[in-house]
Design a protein around this ligand. Structure first.
Ligand code: SPV
Ligand code: MG
Length: 562
C-alpha cells in the first residue's frame, strides 16, 4: 500500500459557499461523517490506537479507517499515569497534532469527561474546533483510574452520567460528531443487568453508540451483552484482555467496532527498550542500523517532500551558485611553509586558508565548490569540496588550471584564487550584480604601499566614487601587473562571478587561447582583458576587507584577518 502524507490544514474547504457541492464539506465534517459511518455500518470496523502525531500517521499508513486516541497511551507517552494526571488541555494539544498529522477521523478517549456536564460541554466544543470526530466518555468519576487497576471502582449515578451525555450532544458544533457512552458496570463487578440498564439509559440520553468494557480473559460477558442488547444502538468493544477471542466471534455477535486500544504504545515500548539496552551494551550502533527505521523513512512520513515543493512555490528562487577555486600553485615566496602542502593549505589560526575560503563561499550560499589542485595535491583533503587536478601545474598557468575544470564553468559560478580571504559582503555584492561577468576591484589599491610582488592592477571605465548618487555601471578595460600608475583605478582581488552567458564567454575564450597555442601560460587577468575588449565586464568596486597570501608579510596579516 502506498501512503502519501497529507496536510490537513491545507485541505480545509469553505463551508459557507452557497454553490458548494454536497460533498465539499469541511474536513472536520467529513471526518465526523467517516467515524459515524464506521460506528453505524453493519460491517465490523477496527480502530487502532495512536498517542501522538507520528503514531497517528502510522495508523493511517497501515490502512485503518479511524484512530483511537487512547487516554492510557497518551498519558504513558507523556510519562504520567492514566489518572487524569495530564490535564485535558494538555491532551487536547496532543490531539491537535494527531488531527493535523492525518486525514483519519479520531475517536478520543475522553475519560469521564474531566468532571461534570459542564466540563463535557467545553470538552466537546473544543474537540469539534480541533477537528476531532468523536469522544468516548465513561461512567466513572473524575479523576478516573484505568479500568484494569483495582476492583469495584465507583460508578457515576446513571442520571448524572446521562446529563453528561446530553450536555455533550447539545454542545457539538459538528452535526455528525459522535459521542460514545462507555459502560463500566462489568469492570466494576455489577453484572449484565446493570450494564444493560445503563446502556438503555445512555442510548435514551442520546449516545450514538455504547462501549461495553470488560477485563475478563474471555469474551463471554461481552457476547452475552451483545446478544441481549440486540443492536439497539452500535456496540463498541476493547478486547485487550480477551485478546484470544477470534475476531469472527465479534462479527457473528453483531459488534459494530473493535478498538485495538494500546498496541502501538506497547510495541514502541518493547522496541525502544531493546534498542536502548543494545546500544548501551555495545557502545555502538552498528548492529542497530538496519533494524530501526531509517532517517529517510522519518522524512517521508512527516512529508518533507511536500515542504520542498512548497519552498519551490513560496521561497524566492536563488539559482544554485558554484565556485571554482584555483589552488594548483605552490606559492614560491612561502618556500619554508610549502614543503609538504600548497599555499592554500597553510594554517591560518588553526584552519587551512582554503577551509576559511570554502566556509565563506558556503556562508554566501555557494555550495558546490571545485578546487583545482596541483602542487602537493594530496594535502588538499577538505570535506565538502570536489577536486580536479592540473598535474602540469609546474609548467602551466592559471587558465590552464581553469581549463581542467572547463565542464564546471557553467551557470552562476564564482572563479576565485585559492589564496584569497575576503569579507563575506564582497561576495554577496558580486552575487547580486546582474552583469554576465563581474570582477571585484579594490579602489584603495594605492594605500597598500609598494608591495614587492606583482599586483593585478586594473583600469576601468570610471574611478570609484563614494558618492551616493553615482552608481553608473563601471566596466573593465584591462587587468595587468604592468600598467602606468596614473591610469590604474584599482586592484583585482582575484574573484570573478559569471552567469550562464558569462560562463560561455569564459569557455569560448579558453578555447580560443588553446587554438592559438597560448593556453599554457595564460593567466586570469589576461583572459579577462581579452574578453573585456569585446564584451562588457562589470566592475564591482570594493574598498579593502580582503587579502591574498603571497609572502610572509601577507601571512602575518592573514593571521589577524577576522
Ligand atoms: C484507553 O485506551 O485508555 C482505554 C481503554 O480507556 S482501557 O485502557 O482498556 O481502559
Ligand atoms: Mg482510557
Amino acid at each position: 500500500m502506498s501512503f502519501t502524507p497529507t496536510f490537513v490544514e491545507n485541505d480545509e474547504q469553505p463551508l459557507s459557499s452557497a454553490d458548494q457541492a454536497p460533498d465539499a464539506r469541511s474536513i472536520v465534517a467529513r471526518r465526523c461523517a467517516a467515524l459515524r459511518h464506521e460506528l453505524t455500518s453493519p460491517d465490523l470496523s477496527f480502530l487502532m490506537e495512536a498517542h501522538n502525531g507520528l503514531s497517528a500517521k502510522l495508523v493511517e499508513e497501515a490502512g485503518f479507517p479511524a484512530i483511537w486516541a487512547s487516554g492510557l497511551a497518551i498519558s504513558a507517552a507523556l510519562g504520567v499515569r492514566d489518572n487524569n494526571e495530564a490535564s485535558w488541555t494538555q491532551v487536547l494539544d496532543i490531539l491537535e497534532f494527531m488531527a493535523d498529522a492525518t486525514t483519519l477521523p479520531i475517536l478520543v478517549d475522553g475519560d469521564t469527561g474531566y468532571g461534570n456536564f459542564n466540563n463535557v460541554r467545553r470538552l466537546v466544543r473544543k474537540l469539534c474546533q480541533r477537528g476531532i470526530a468523536g469522544v468516548c466518555i465513561e461512567d466513572k468519576l473524575f479523576p478516573k483510574t484505568n479500568s484494569f487497576l483495582g476492583e469495584a471502582q465507583p460508578l457515576a449515578a446513571i442520571d448524572e452520567f446521562c446529563g453528561r451525555i446530553k450536555a455533550g450532544k447539545d454542545s457539538q458544533t459538528e452535526a455528525e460528531f459522535s459521542l460514545v457512552a462507555r459502560i463500566e458496570a462489568l469492570i466494576s463487578g455489577h453484572g449484565l443487568d446493570e450494564a444493560l440498564r445503563r446502556a438503555e439509559a445512555y442510548h435514551a440520553a442520546g449516545a450514538d453508540a455504547v462501549l461495553i468494557h470488560s477485563k475478563r480473559s474471555t469474551a463471554a460477558e461481552i457476547l452475552a451483552f451483545a446478544e441481549r442488547w440486540a443492536n439497539r444502538c452500535p456496540v463498541v468493544i476493547v478486547p485487550t484482555m480477551y485478546y484470544a477471542t477470534p475476531t469472527q466471534a465479534f462479527r457473528d455477535a453483531g459488534i459494530s467496532t473493535v478498538i485495538w486500544a494500546n498496541h502501538n504504545l506497547r510495541a514502541a515500548m518493547t522496541a525502544m527498550r531493546q534498542t536502548s539496552q543494545r546500544i548501551r551494551q555495545d557502545e555502538s550502533i552498528i548492529d542497530i542500523e538496519g533494524r530501526v527505521a531509517g532517517v529517510h523513512d522519518i522524512f517521508h512520513l512527516v512529508g518533507n517532500s511536500e515542504l520542498e515543493e512548497a519552498e519551490r512555490r513560496y521561497l524566492p528562487q536563488q539559482a544554485a551558485v558554484s565556485a571554482i577555486v584555483l589552488a594548483a600553485s605552490r606559492g614560491n615566496a612561502l618556500a619554508g611553509l610549502t614543503e609538504d602542502r600548497p599555499k592554500c593549505m597553510i594554517d591560518i589560526r588553526g584552519q587551512p586558508l582554503l577551509r576559511r575560503l570554502v566556509a565563506t563561499l558556503n556562508d554566501c550560499g555557494v555550495r558546490q565548490v571545485t578546487v583545482v589542485r596541483g602542487y602537493r595535491k594530496e594535502a588538499i583533503d577538505l570535506p565538502g569540496i570536489a577536486t580536479v587536478d592540473n598535474d602540469d601545474y609546474a609548467t602551466t598557468g592559471e587558465v590552464a588550471s581553469l581549463a581542467c575544470a572547463l565542464d564546471r564553468i557553467k551557470g552562476d559560478c564564482v572563479l576565485v584564487y585559492g589564496d584569497v580571504l575576503f569579507r563575506r559582503y564582497i561576495l554577496d555584492g558580486l552575487l547580486a550584480a546582474s552583469a554576465d561577468i563581474v570582477v571585484a576591484i579594490d579602489a584603495l589599491w594605492e594605500k597598500y604601499g609598494d608591495a614587492v610582488r606583482p599586483r593585478d592592477l586594473a583600469v576601468a571605465s570610471r574611478r570609484f566614487s563614494a558618492r551616493y548618487l553615482e552608481d553608473e555601471p563601471v566596466t573593465l578595460r584591462t587587468i595587468s601587473s604592468a600598467l602606468p600608475a596614473g591610469e590604474v583605478t584599482g586592484e583585482f582581488i582575484g574573484m570573478v562571478r559569471v552567469n550562464e552567458s558569462g560562463a560561455a564567454l569564459i569557455r569560448a575564450e579558453i578555447a580560443a587561447l588553446e587554438a592559438e597555442g597560448a593556453l599554457v601560460h595564460a593567466d586570469l587577468p589576461g583572459l579577462l582583458t581579452r574578453i573585456a575588449a569585446r564584451h562588457p565586464i562589470a566592475v564591482h568596486y570594493v574598498t579593502g576587507h580582503w587579502l591574498d597570501v603571497d609572502d610572509v608579510a601577507d601571512l602575518a596579516e592573514a593571521r589577524n584577518f577576522p
